[in-house]
Write a protein that binds this ligand. Sequence first.
Ligand SMILES: NC(=O)c1ccc[n+]([C@@H]2O[C@H](COP(=O)([O-])OP(=O)(O)OC[C@H]3O[C@@H](n4cnc5c(N)ncnc54)[C@H](O)[C@@H]3O)[C@@H](O)[C@H]2O)c1
Length: 335
Amino acid sequence: MKYLVTGAAGFIGFHTAQRLLSQGHTVVGIDNLNDYYEVQLKKDRLKVLEPSEGFSFKFIDLADREGMVELFKTEQFDRVIHLAAQAGVRYSIDNPFAYADSNLIGHLAILEGCRHNNVKHLVYASSSSVYGLNTKMPFSTEDSVDHPISLYAATKKSNELMSHTYSHLYGIPTSGLRFFTVYGPWGRPDMALFKFTKAILEGKEIDVYNNGNMARDFTYIDDIVEGILRVAEKPPVANNDWAPEGGSAKDSSAPYYVYNIGNGSPVQLMDFVKAIEDAIGTEAKKNFMDMQPGDVYKTWADTDDLEKVTGHKPQVGVKEGVKAFVDWYREYYGV
Ligand SMILES: NC(=O)c1ccc[n+]([C@@H]2O[C@H](COP(=O)([O-])OP(=O)(O)OC[C@H]3O[C@@H](n4cnc5c(N)ncnc54)[C@H](O)[C@@H]3O)[C@@H](O)[C@H]2O)c1
């Protein structure tokens, strides 16, 4: 199969491309290598992918309309795994337009490419942040998600709406994946695990938001990649029994589906910090802080559907996953 992986220099895109290549697929990776976080890390991820025979990289911005049209036309992808986006909840407070360009215009460029080039399945990243003000736990794809609390979340929910439209109008099978706090080797410098590990190793304080009173459904990168690839193998079909009144939010009369991909068990932030301290062998100096605007208190994924459809149940626990990250971090930065 020939895959387009967008955001191939990013954390999840890199791991996804690597796994596809190991399975013998052809992968075209695209990325604009923006400086939202250290560009060297993105370049180093690409250096790992580049020796693979089936891999080619194209430096392109999703918002480059003509470039994207040309890319789809020339390459003729079987499947598209769309992971490029402006990520991060806090950054959207100060940089709202970055989200409109990459996440809205960019998603539209992907949908148009799929529409005009007979792509068999579009799998794209949504986010647990779409659950916004929802308090019913675990978060279910059956629930309505109409009350986001960050612009980032609003763009991710918009991606689901835009995808539904294209599934309905043009019959493109689309699967949206709501990822729950993904972590692991080659992870993102703007996320807590990276920041905490760095600070502890440098003997600096870590900022613990909402005085540590938060919980996250931390999901290890290998479980995420397994979920993405198994979903990619199962393009959704139209549910002919679906009706607008009382019909489920996760599927439709169009070939459209939305999944949660999380570990399915929330971990208290302070237990997560303890796992990092144990992996490093040093206790953290903690700076307890208030809740940040746009953050949610707890995330917890109902992953029954993912397991039912793909047979995959995330496996890796926080102790094991955090240790793998810390080992990678120490080797990569030589500390
Ligand atoms: N990591 C998580 O915990 C998490 C949670 C929920 C959702 N997600 C979503 O998963 C996807 C992948 O996230 P990630 O953690 O790998 O983030 P990442 O920032 O490491 O990767 C995204 C990549 O996309 C690229 N990119 C951004 N805008 C672009 C544009 N306009 N044109 C071309 N390339 C562009 C970036 O340079 C980056 O390399 C994103 O859509 C993100 O919103 C991630």
